[in-house]
Write a protein of this length. Structure first.
Length: 723
């Protein structure tokens, strides 16, 4: 072992007893006589100030160690005062038995800290039991100041979690009480009684045993109620509602609730009438209801006049055939399709059947047109000499042209059937008959709904017997939400005869099922040589077992099915028919600034078909067709009412159709509005995707059809407007 001295005799620094040069520990007290240099690690005497090997100042190193030891003891004393006695004793215990005699003073201090911590721990262990009993008694007696005086001097580490929370909450409560009392004085001095009611309510909640403030709260609340009733009597319902909302629970008896609900509904009905931008069948009922609950309301006459003006304006702006709901002057919806001027009216193919029976016959009408081989142009339908062609059917050969053809839509809530009479001109196929057969729900059925085969077959047998369907071509529907869809952009320079091959090749590559396991339907949009418009194709595929099951279901009723057609294609067929009628009656004139064909070819139609459980979104354009089916329908609104109003499904269905059945109109209207946020978001998203697939578009019109066309305010809700 190397040393920095000559290993001469050493003297113990603690007991001064001499030791031989080769002795490591003092024979008198057992203390070590040597240490290792912190830099070069050779042995040096403890009492030596500098290392002979490297010159390190050993005294400075010792002072640093001594300082760190004292800092640790300072921390022990601090945490001991905080009541963390175990932790203080554990840390100080590391310094009680030092090997170096020079740290004896530190060891004595550490021992003292340990002794004091143990003493305090014993004291507080006994005292804490008494404190806990007193604190609980003070808490039950609402003596907040006494709780603070009792627990605040106690070291925090001694308190249990329950007592620590009690002390913290009590301090916050006293602080809030002080602030409320100060604000209350100002509010009473300035006669701001509604503010005073709120402050007094807080004070009573914070200090429930304070009878003084309870009495004062009743006095001030009575003044507020009296003032609110005076405002309500004067027709200032909004201010009255704001004041009544501040009253405490003990004032809300049956009389109060009845009056409050009356005022609140009057405000809601006024707002509904004032913000109505177009006329709906619900508005007269809203007016009648407002007159009944506020017979002396002077503002009703003003709202009546406004409703009358809205009705006149709606009659001139919107067509009688479709509930138009897109505002042409603003665009609304936030979708990237710019609206143009809407046509004021358009005739076509006995539309009275659709109007009187309901626009939910759009799907059936489209299939019936297909059944009589009265196809709409599949290309540029703006030109009379455009190429024409049939849409593909899922299976079955094309039938010979017949006088009558049927389209049958087996829906979730009813069966819709339309018979079309073919007159020899594609655009003049007439709606000869329209039939609706409701399908009753089984008890307990709601959102999750499956067709009852027995009920469907019985209904179809009656339909077949009444109209001799066995002798006429029939096309049935297939739901859009059970289809896989591919939109394909086609090369404009390719041979048009190969377009179908392009579409099928894309389907084979991208449809995640073998082609022999699906039925497919396809359409190619070709603008008839218009170089400004690139051709596009659509391919849809449905599982063979599902389609065959639907066909078998209908045929079990004695009806021979000519073909099965996807719902979106059927909707498009109907839309094409109406568009052709408009074109031939020159209804499209004036829709563009120059009236040119180039301008007309940029126009698109947006159709939204809202059914019971699903919604079809369809955009028709000369450049192509885009559609999407959402698993959302009117049943979602019904379920929202079930939850909000605690109704059975049947009761909620009635209220959805007639919201005025509700005792308080705002609750069901808000519930249904909330349910409409999902399709509205999806509608906006679909419009962006359609623009990416087809290109820039101008929206000629937006049409809401299906059962949703008769749902009060659904159009406004989809458009993002509350009324």
């Amino acid at each position: 072992m190397g040393v920095s001295a000559s290993m001469t005799d050493a003297v113990c620094g603690k007991c001064n007893k001499p030791a031989g040069a080769d002795v490591q520990f003092c024979s008198g007290c057992g203390q070590p006589l040597w240490q290792n240099c912190p830099e070069c690690r050779i042995s040096v005497l403890l009492a030596q100030q500098f290392c002979n090997g490297c010159g390190t100042n050993l005294h400075v190193h010792f002072e640093k160690q001594l300082g760190e030891a004292n800092k640790l003891l300072d921390r022990c004393e601090k945490i001991s005062t905080e009541g963390k006695f175990d932790q203080a004793s554990r840390l100080a215990g590391m310094l009680v038995k030092p090997q170096d005699y020079r740290f004896q003073a530190v060891a004595d201090r550490a021992a003292k800290i340990i002794a004091e911590s143990e003493k305090q721990q014993g004291y507080w262990s006994e005292e804490l039991v008494k404190l806990e009993r007193r604190a609980k008694r003070y808490s039950s007696e609402d003596r907040g100041k006494d709780i603070v005086a009792l627990l605040d001097p106690v070291p925090p580490g001694v308190l249990t979690e329950e007592l620590a929370n009690l002390l913290s909450n009590t301090k916050q409560k006293l602080s809030a009480l002080s602030s409320c009392k100060s604000d209350l004085k100002k509010a009473l001095a300035e006669k701001r009684y509604t503010d005073a009611v709120g402050l007094l309510t807080q004070i009573v909640e914070l200090s429930p045993s304070n009878e003084k403030y309870k009495k004062q709260l009743n006095e001030v609340a009575a003044k507020v109620r009296s003032k609110a009733e005076a405002l309500g009597g004067a027709g200032q319902f909004s201010k009255a509602v704001q004041m009544l909302q501040t009253l405490p629970a003990n004032f809300k008896d049956e009389e109060f609730l009845a009056r409050f609900n009356t005022y609140e509904e009057a405000v809601y009905l006024r707002l509904m009438l004032a913000k109505a931008t177009y006329y709906t069948p619900l508005l007269p009922g809203v007016l009648d209801r407002l007159e009944k609950i506020t017979p002396d309301d002077d503002k009703v006459s003003v709202l009546k006049k406004r409703a009358s003006e809205t009705r006149k304006r709606s009659k001139s702006l919107f067509t009688e055939l479709w509930p138009e709901w897109m505002k042409p002057e603003t665009g609304s919806l936030g979708i990237p399709i710019v609206p143009t001027k809407l046509p004021s009216a358009f005739p076509g193919a006995q539309p009275e059947c659709i109007t009187t029976r309901g626009t939910q016959f759009m799907v059936a009408l489209g299939m019936a047109i297909q059944a009589v081989q009265a196809p709409m142009p599949k290309g540029d339908f703006l030109a009379k000499d455009a190429p024409k062609g049939l849409m593909s059917k899922l299976f079955g050969k094309k039938s010979e042209t017949t006088e009558f053809g049927w389209g049958i839509d087996v829906g979730d809530s009813s069966i819709k059937a339309v018979r079309v009479r073919y007159t020899g001109e594609p655009a003049r196929a007439q709606i000869d008959n329209a039939v609706q057969i409701p399908l009753e729900l089984k008890p307990g059925q709601g959102k999750i709904r499956k067709l009852d085969p027995n009920v469907v077959v019985a209904a179809l047998k009656k339909l077949s017997g009444d109209f001799s369907l066995a002798e006429q071509p029939v096309i049935i529907n297939f739901p859009g939400n059970e289809l896989i869809t591919r939109f394909v952009l086609l090369p404009p320079t390719a041979d048009k005869k190969k377009y179908d091959d392009f579409v099928l090749q894309d389907g084979r590559a991208n449809i995640p099922m073998p082609m022999d396991m699906v039925f497919t339907a396809m359409h190619v949009s070709d603008a008839g040589g218009n170089e400004r418009i690139a051709p596009s194709g659509i391919l849809v595929a449905g599982k063979k077992p599902d389609i065959e099951a639907r066909k078998a279901l209908v045929e079990s009723a004695g009806i021979k099915v000519t073909g099965v057609m996807p719902e979106p294609f059927a909707l498009w067929n109907s839309l094409q028919a109406i568009s052709q009628v408009e074109l031939e009656n020159n209804i499209s004139q004036g829709e563009t600034s120059d009236g040119s064909e180039a301008g007309r070819t940029s126009h698109a139609d947006l159709l939204i078909d809202v059914g019971h459980q699903r919604t079809n979104i369809l955009i028709s354009h000369p450049k192509g067709l885009w559609f999407r089916t959402l698993d959302w329908g009117l049943s979602d609104m019904t379920n929202a009412l079930c939850s909000a109003q605690q109704l059975t499904y049947g009761e909620a269905e009635k209220m959805r159709r007639e919201p005025l059945r509700a005792s308080h109109l705002q609750i069901p209207m808000d519930a249904m509005l909330s349910a409409c946020q999902i399709p509205r978001r999806e509608l906006e998203r679909s419009a962006y995707v359609a623009r990416e697939s087809i290109g820039e578009l101008r929206l000629r019109r937006a049409m809401l059809v299906g059962g949703g066309a008769f749902q009060p305010f659904l159009s406004s809700w989809l458009n993002g407007c509350p009324f």
